[in-house]
Ligand binder design. Structure first.
Ligand SMILES: Nc1ncnc2c1ncn2[C@@H]1O[C@H](COP(=O)(O)OP(=O)(O)OP(=O)(O)O)[C@@H](O)[C@H]1O
Ligand SMILES: [Mg+2]
Length: 367
């Protein structure tokens, strides 16, 4: 992701005004359609926060601060795992934006940032460059990432021409642009059965180690990493907190409560726009049905909540009912879930939240 794009996205549009039940009852069909459209637009850009995500963000926030404050020694990294569409990348965008904001400020102007000019030696010549201050770099690895492709990702995220990757070191670029947090998403794209993939991992580890010397934090994420050989590398796991984002489920009392708390928080967000809803619309009235329809996966849940809410406004019910929930098509991935559960037998990490587990780094000197 381009560093400048992150800057533009680091704010969220406000929700439409709430409606009262008399206003809702009096609303004409076209007015309802307009209101439903506004709610849809808002929800399409809305990040559904939860205790699960707050726990992870707090954890990562502390890690970033600790790494920046520690003077010497190896910096710790975090690896976020979990099945597809669990919400890993979405959560990391939030982390990225928060760190970005703390460094740039809410009113930071991208044009102003780009005006800082320095001179750099490229291909034997002094050249004037305009480095964008990019406190956070968010890279998504591509299929079969190689050293060259990884460097190109960095260069492109910072808005240079791809060719620059061959002329300057990725590390120098990261430092020059003031990167404090490097997020490397889709780590599962490293193919370690191939030489180029193993070289890419070695390069990545070298970059991470070098960044650590400057107190810069690296966060990795990827789908189903627990089954990926990258997790067998003690140099990766030896200094990494491994966090696993699992789908919500109802296997234990704690898990049920976490699920209901998520639904309550989402309901509290939606109810001002659904004035005929009772206070327990989602978490008391529909928890089992919504879990069954979504498999507890963020993508399916968010999609269902958006669509059911919009439908409830459009049809004038002004509260989400069982019918609305059933009318949303179930996500295809729910059926594939079973395949993702074929994990290698590893000892279960410590639970940070029923839907999040964390495994601390190995302290036995591995790596
Ligand atoms: N908290 C959330 N609020 C709103 N939308 C979300 C949230 N979490 C996930 N989503 C939506 O669900 C979809 C999948 O989420 P995301 O891409 O973050 O999953 P992922 O775990 O990174 O999956 P993958 O491993 O396939 O990359 C996204 O399109 C995103 O819009
Ligand atoms: Mg992702």
């Amino acid at each position: 992701m381009k560093a400048a794009l992150l800057h533009r996205q680091a704010y969220t549009p406000p929700p439409p005004d709430p409606v009262t039940s008399p206003e809702a009852r009096a609303m004409s069909l076209p007015a309802r359609a307009r209101y439903a459209r506004d709610v849809r637009r808002w929800l399409n850009g809305h990040y559904f926060d939860s205790e699960r995500d707050r726990n992870i963000r707090d954890f990562l926030g502390r890690l970033i601060e600790d790494n920046a404050e520690t003077l010497t020694g190896t910096r710790e990294v975090a690896i976020i795992g979990g099945p597809n569409v669990a919400g890993k990348s979405t959560l990391l965008y939030q982390v990225a934006m928060a760190v970005h904001r703390t460094h740039i400020g809410l009113d930071g102007d991208p044009a102003e940032m780009a005006r800082r000019t320095t001179t750099r030696r490229i291909a034997g010549h002094d050249q004037s460059v305009h480095p964008t201050h990019a406190p956070v770099l968010f890279l998504s690895l591509e299929a079969a990432t190689t050293v060259g492709k990884f460097n190109e990702l960095i260069v492109e995220a910072l808005d240079y021409d791809k060719a620059v990757a061959k002329k300057v070191s990725a590390l120098d670029l990261l430092l020059q642009h003031g990167v404090r947090l490097l997020i490397i998403d889709d780590l599962h794209q490293l193919i370690l059965t191939e030489k180029l993939g193993r070289q890419a991992l070695d390069h990545l580890k070298a970059v991470v180690t070098a960044l650590g010397e400057y107190g810069i934090t690296v966060i990795f994420a990827g789908a189903n990493l627990h089954t990926h050989p990258v997790m067998d590398d003690p140099q990766v796991t030896g200094r990494a907190y491994e966090l696993t984002m699992n789908p919500y489920h109802a296997d234990t009392q704690d898990a049920v409560r976490a699920w209901q708390r998520f639904l309550k928080e989402s309901g509290d967000l939606l109810i001002p726009h659904l004035p005929l809803a009772g206070p327990g619309m989602l978490h008391n009235d529909l928890p089992g049905l919504i879990l069954a329809r979504t498999g507890g996966r963020m993508q399916a849940m968010v999609n269902l909540l958006r669509r059911a809410t919009v439908a409830a406004i459009e049809d004038g019910t002004w509260t989400v009912t069982e019918d609305h929930v059933r009318a949303v098509p179930t996500a295809k991935l729910t059926a594939d879930e079973v395949t993702n559960k074929t994990a290698r037998t590893r000892q279960a990490p410590r639970a940070l939240h029923p839907a999040v587990t964390v495994r601390p780094p190995l302290k036995d000197g591995a790596g």
